[in-house]
Design a protein around this ligand. Sequence first.
Ligand SMILES: NC(=O)c1ccc[n+]([C@@H]2O[C@H](COP(=O)([O-])OP(=O)(O)OC[C@H]3O[C@@H](n4cnc5c(N)ncnc54)[C@H](O)[C@@H]3O)[C@@H](O)[C@H]2O)c1
Length: 443
Amino acid sequence: MKLAVVGLGYAGLCTAACFARKFEVVGIDVDSGRVSQLDRGKVPIHENGLSALLKSGMARGNLTFSEDYSRTRGASVILIAVGTPSNPDGAIDLSQVTNAAALIGRQLARSKNKPLVVIKSTVIPGTATTVVKPLLERESGKSCGAGFGLCSSPEFLREGKAIEDTLRPDRIVIGPLDEMSGRAMKSLYRRFYSPKSPPMVETTPENAELIKYASNAFLATKISFINFIARICETLPGADVGEIAFGMGLDPRIGRQYLEAGPGFGGACLPKDSRALRAFALQRGLDGSLLRSVMEINDTQPDRIVFAVERALGGISGKVIAILGVAFKEESDDVRESRAIVLAKRLLGKGAELRITDPEAIEGARRELGKNANYYEQPLDCIDGADAAIVMAAWGEFKKLKPQDFVRLMRTPLLFDARSIYDSKDYRAGALKFMAIGRGDLA
Ligand SMILES: NC(=O)c1ccc[n+]([C@@H]2O[C@H](COP(=O)([O-])OP(=O)(O)OC[C@H]3O[C@@H](n4cnc5c(N)ncnc54)[C@H](O)[C@@H]3O)[C@@H](O)[C@H]2O)c1
């Protein structure tokens, strides 16, 4: 079976690499730099296990890359995984999807087979039926269901665990536009996941599209909710949000995951998908205040770290501040909407001298902050001589730092653990001033 994956970002490249274990896959991207990098065996993003999968797929001749859409001809399944960023008003920008659909449609016009087109990108409800289907039909001169198939099948992988999630997903959601497409989609997934298919939800395309948005907006809400509780804890001596989340999470109706207080959510999905769902609701005359509050809590969460550090140091201007972790989370190099970048910009605005370390995201941080910060490969070099150190991503490298490392190296040993990676009992000892999100001692 031949597959084409259109869009080789975090979602598309990981999907292509995984599917190449069983099928012949061509990855298509309009970014010629990315395609030639991949052709040379260079992996443009950091994702655990991706490099090995790309290498083995290419070595077996199962995985190739191209800018040329004519390579989609002959594929029995064409997966669209291009980006769906936010417009300035928060609504979804569908231009990459419409561009890809038009280019695929032109190839369908000359295609002898009846391929299945699958929308993996996160798109607002109605996109498959009212945007992609008419575009494919117009450009190909063929009709959906007869000349080609179309199905919405949103992607749920998490960056940092993308390969694991693609190979062993919790569920597959499919929203075919016609019967033939539903059958073809299920057959692809069954062959790929054989002998044990994950649970499959087959529904309308609109439901499939909305399941994705509802899932991400719900996860964002959970994070902002626990950050709201953290704020209450910070006014309450004796309170600790970690204990509250633990106690709440034991209730199976609530669950423990995504109930970790911290600097807020970032990355390529939760912020933009929450904004897009809110904009979609507003367009339909609905009240968007629930998601507005979720975003407001998230937007102001880094300020709380700034204020706490400012108060502890007696001002930020001229102070040397080390940020440990700039990726939006550990195990990723992605800095899109990272709370650490937001924090860095706010600290710079107050005149801080910034130092940054991250095992994988220094390049991304440089793109965002340029010469306004100094960058360090090693965490120990980054905190050496600093007035405050703030942990913004839970990398294993940072967990290895001991309280005495901070005391020995820093000018004023002040540690703000925004990810709760350290046990406060051990880190509160001696000369180290230790602060964390959602603890009564910030009161
Ligand atoms: N990143 C994630 O963790 C994740 C998880 C689940 C779902 N998604 C969804 O998957 C989609 C892709 O996300 P991403 O993070 O991989 O995006 P990305 O920005 O990392 O990558 C998009 C890629 O598409 C390419 N592209 C743009 N227009 C194109 C076109 N017309 N033809 C071919 N290639 C084109 C770009 O050059 C880029 O390489 C989004 O809708 C996103 O919401 C992402």
